[in-house]
Design a protein around this ligand. Sequence first.
Ligand code: HEC
Ligand code: HEC
Ligand code: HEC
Ligand code: HEC
Length: 156
Amino acid sequence: MKWHVLRPLWVAIGLVGLILVARQFLVPDDFGVHGRNFTYGYYRLSNVQEWKDFPVKFQGRESCAECHEENLAKVNASSHAPVECENCHGPSVNHPDDVELLPLNTTRELCLRCHAFLDYPNSARASLVSIEDRRHKRRYECVKCHNPHDPKEEVE
Ligand code: HEC
Ligand code: HEC
Ligand code: HEC
Ligand code: HEC
């Protein structure tokens, strides 16, 4: 065979050899322990434990009841009942132990995430009540007039 054909061939063989050697050192010991029949061997046993140890950031509204019972009762009885507390206040992991206060976000953006009128053909018929940001009291924060825990309630 011609030398200019053989040379790249040796390079390719060398590369494959290098990868096979590197694999011995880099692949974790518990990779593919269940054999080829289980997810084709592409499985790392310790991965399961790592995900089990991953801290849950969102605790759910029932966890607030212990300390914010009034807020919980109010939200649950309002038209905002389908909205999770942590959807507006952020994840409550480590609250109140390390994070004493959860954010009180009063920007219009918080509410517009769900209530912005989208100028698409079917938007007006969508089930969620929507407003046009530019046309709806644009100089004030929404919470000046709407109670976030009970949007039907009149705020002076
Ligand atoms: C073990 C008690 C406890 C639990 C459970 C708890 N909180 Fe709190 N939270 C507190 C305390 C204490 C404060 C400090 C301010 C206060 O006394 O209102 C606080 C403050 C807050 C604040 C800020 C209030 C402000 O005036 O700045 C928000 C918002 C809040 N919590 C939301 C939540 C939400 C949402 C949950 C559930 C996912 C929750 N909390 C669970 C005790 C708790
Ligand atoms: C739609 C968004 C939204 C939801 C859902 C929501 N909050 Fe709030 N919350 C706010 C905003 C905005 C404020 C600040 C209001 C202000 O400053 O006028 C606030 C204020 C608070 C405060 C401090 C003032 C107060 O009333 O004591 C606490 C505590 C609180 N929320 C807890 C909760 C808990 C607990 C839930 C769930 C049961 C919840 N929130 C659900 C948006 C929300
Ligand atoms: C995660 C989505 C979400 C966010 C964020 C949110 N809302 Fe709502 N809002 C809803 C849902 C769901 C309803 C109930 C709609 C229905 O019953 O058809 C609602 C209802 C309302 C209503 C109509 C009340 C009624 O019953 O007539 C008003 C007003 C309102 N929200 C204001 C706000 C304000 C102000 C904020 C910000 C503090 C806010 N919303 C944030 C989802 C959201
Ligand atoms: C200056 C007071 C004021 C501010 C600020 C304000 N609103 Fe309103 N909003 C009202 C009044 C009054 C109504 C009822 C009459 C109307 O439709 O204009 C209303 C109606 C609504 C409705 C329709 C409720 C229904 O049942 O159809 C939604 C949704 C709403 N507002 C969301 C918001 C959001 C989101 C913000 C902030 C981006 C906001 N509003 C800011 C006063 C206000």
